[in-house]
Design a protein around this ligand. Sequence first.
Ligand SMILES: Cc1ncc(COP(=O)(O)O)c(C=O)c1O
Length: 372
Amino acid sequence: MTANPQFETLAADRPASVARRAALLRDPKFGTTFTDHMVTIRWSSQRGWHDARVEPLAPLSFHPATSVFHYAQEVFEGLKAYRGSNGDALLFRPLENARRFNRSAARMAMPALPEEVFLEAIERLVSIDNGWIPEGQGALYLRPFMVADEVFLGVRPAEHYLFCVIASPAGSYFGGGATPITIWVSETYSRAARGGTGEAKCGGNYAASLAAQSEAIAHGCDQVVFLDAAQSRWIEELGGMNIFFVMSGGVIVTPPLGTILPGITRDAVLRLARDAGYAIEERPYALDEWRDDATRGRLEETFVCGTAATIVPVGSVRAGSGGFMIAQGEGGPVTASIRASLVDIQRGRAPDPRGWNHRVVPPTAGEGVQRS
Ligand SMILES: Cc1ncc(COP(=O)(O)O)c(C=O)c1O
């Protein structure tokens, strides 16, 4: 077994000025602005993980025969650093991202990155780019990813990989924050089948979701929700979020794991909802049941959740087979209270009994990364 790589830091010699950064942080859109640095680590079958660097953010250069361009061996993660009190950064459950990253990598026949190296990469980037964490409603979105960068044509797992982390200050994912969204049910396209890659966070899943997402936009919706591939009947998840149904009588239903992404927000919601006394049912839930429950008043609320959007209510649903409204399109109190509990923990405003927050203290001059 090779030892974990030692990080080298090459600080940007021309970082954004304080004034420029402040202007960019005033109203950050999602995924359009990037910080001064990135992390890169290389893997080869001969050397294992090596050449770990924090370096100035810069374009990457690849040979046209680089295997990710052809066979899409790529996995990624998404997590946020929130601005805590005292100017430090709060990462929400980053170890879960490290674990999911490695499960995704295993599914795509890619090497595992030791969890502690994944965490150190993120801590180092958040620390050096601490000044990029927005105040207020925003957060610093972190995007770790890994691509096969061996130069060859032929269908087999690559023998060289690049792991990289970039960071992007972000505002709300949907322009309206917690305003109810409208979702489109895709009855044409499915996202994942049993034995497929639905549970993995690989780029191919998102490429395959885009035609359905375009269909959603064409129908005036914000997002698409997918049904299962076998029967086109059971609700699975959105293109980038998990989904929950709040029923009358204190019951919350959510689709079971298997072909969906095991969301870290989903897991947090389940725990917070149980703490708040709701009965949880992780079970298949059908489109016709959803429509029926909404129309007859058995369904009180529907919400979607994920790192990017946190928790957002669904106000209405559109589908080729007929749409329906939820809670008069207004959202509801259960969604609002679970969202508030989650956001308060993430931002360090509420007790964190499960130790979900991982604090990263900014370096003082001449000092390396501090961890707690
Ligand atoms: C397909 C899909 N489902 C669910 C989620 C929510 O996962 P998490 O809560 O870990 O962000 C995401 C976001 O990464 C996603 O892309």
